[in-house]
Design a protein around this ligand. Structure first.
Ligand SMILES: Nc1ncnc2c1ncn2[C@@H]1O[C@H](COP(=O)(O)OP(=O)(O)OP(=O)(O)O)[C@@H](O)[C@H]1O
Ligand SMILES: [Mg+2]
Length: 429
């Protein structure tokens, strides 16, 4: 063990990079790239180097993010492997991390490189059933800034899966919208043109925004929401829309969402009303054809009031599909209630489903929250009820029923009737 382990110094960069490089040549890969390692070293992140007769023979480097450090690499010169140097480097690296008050250390490394029992002996616990996923997005610098400017971002990858129930709507959107966009070549072979613009309509709280976000997440495209109220702050709404669409055109792929679109594209009345939206509607009509020319882009507009939209705005050629999103049926309500009551297998779902007819997902979310709050207060004994009765954590069937009784569904029978008429008059899919 005639080596010495010391802090990394500036002059070590070239030999350490060489060590990392030769380790990589042996087929040892890391989740951190060489460029990221160099960034950490030059950025003065914790690193230690083992030297033998003055020459570096091994190095361990970490990067600190908040209260956690990630071990990026332990690189060892080929002649020195299998002699305990890796463990020695790790111990020294940990010592520095602890001195910097970092107590949580993670190390992600390929299965074949688990350092034998070394990591377990060093006090690391292998997390069961963890898989490391990685995806590279080709987002060059300017596109990232552009996206920031537009208030856009990439959403979590599992939003689509988190839309509970609503199987009919999900299935329709999956087939008509997601699949042709995700597989444009196969769609083209059959003469299917992927949609470029769709409108989702339906009563408030049924999940239109949730679906729009779900589609972006499912496609892995960034999500840009155009908020008319924010665009109007820039002064002239028409000009702001034009400028937003010009910036959007520079993005490689994007889902653009406009909520409550009836506010910016209402039925135009002749003659144009002073202070009306005539000009803005016209502007949007002009912008859509340009937007439609690009591949890998989708405009999703949502509205509670499809009947108040300008008919020219919605015509085929501008909007490919007009998809109704209604209140959840029994199966969908079951799936949504199930989501909230997951911790309590004794909750009587069919009873909740029957008691929550006409409830939207938003109403169910609200009722579930009231029920959870009741269970919490009972547990603390602040509700005046003795906690003995029901001690299981989470809301019980009775809590849910009491909460449902307190909530008025947003959607009335009359709205459902109107929605039915809107489907007949407007739906297209
Ligand atoms: N299928 C679903 N499963 C679980 N939760 C849902 C589902 N759909 C919607 N929600 C929840 O219900 C709430 C309302 O959904 P969302 O905002 O998407 O409705 P919306 O139709 O866009 O409403 P609005 O017309 O008012 O804009 C959100 O908190 C959302 O998380
Ligand atoms: Mg919405």
């Amino acid at each position: 063990m005639n080596w010495l382990i010391r802090d990394y110094r500036e002059g070590d960069l070239a030999p350490v990079v060489h060590l990392i490089d030769t380790t990589a040549e042996l087929g040892q890969e890391s989740v951190f790239s060489l460029a990221e390692c160099i960034g950490a070293l030059t950025g003065r992140q914790p690193a230690v180097v083992a030297v033998h007769q003055g020459a570096p023979i091994g190095a361990a480097l970490a990067t600190v993010a908040g209260e956690r450090a990630w071990v990026m690499r332990i690189a060892i010169s080929s002649g020195w492997r299998g002699r305990g140097l890796a463990s020695a480097l790790l111990v020294e690296l940990e010592r520095r991390l602890l001195a910097a008050r970092i107590g949580r250390i993670s190390y992600v490394l390929p299965e074949e490189e688990l350092l034998g029992e070394g990591l377990l002996n060093a006090g690391y616990t292998r997390q069961p059933a963890v898989a490391y996923f990685e995806k590279s997005e080709h987002l060059h610098g300017s596109a990232a800034t552009l996206l920031d400017d537009l208030g856009g971002r990439y959403l979590a990858g599992d939003l689509w899966g988190r839309v509970a129930g609503m199987e009919k709507e999900k299935d329709l959107i999956e087939r008509r919208v997601v699949l042709p966009l995700a597989q444009p070549e196969r769609a083209a072979r059959h003469g299917v043109r992927p949609p470029r613009a769709i409108a989702l309509f339906g009563p408030p709280g049924t999940g239109k925004t949730t679906f729009a976000r779900g589609i972006a997440s499912r496609l892995g495209w960034p999500f840009v929401e155009l908020l008319p109220s924010r665009l109007a702050d820039e002064g002239n709404l028409s000009a702001a829309l034009r400028s937003a669409f010009a910036r959007i055109a520079e993005l490689e792929r994007v889902l653009v969402f406009i909520d409550e679109v009836e506010e910016i594209a209402p039925v135009r009345r002749e003659p144009a009303q002073p202070g009306g939206m005539h000009g803005v509607t016209n502007e949007l009509l002009k912008l859509i054809p340009g937007f439609r020319e690009g591949d890998e882009r989708l405009l999703v507009c949502a509205t509670n009031s499809v009947r108040s939209l300008d008919p020219a705005f919605l015509r085929p050629g501008r909007f490919d599909y007009l998809i109704p999103i209604g209140t959840p049926d029994e199966a969908a309500r079951t799936a949504i209630w199930q989501r909230y009551a997951a911790g309590r297998p004794d909750v009587d779902l069919p009873v909740l489903v029957a008691a929550s007819e006409l409830f939207t997902p938003a109403d169910i979310e609200h009722a579930a929250r009231i029920a959870a709050q009741a269970a919490f207060e009972r547990d603390l004994g602040v509700s005046g009820q003795a906690p003995e009765g029901d001690t299981a954590p989470g809301a019980s069937t009775e809590d849910y029923l009491a909460a449902i009784a307190q909530c008025r569904p947003t959607v009335t029978a009359e709205m459902i009737e109107q929605f039915g008429a809107d489907i007949t008059a407007h739906a297209r899919f």
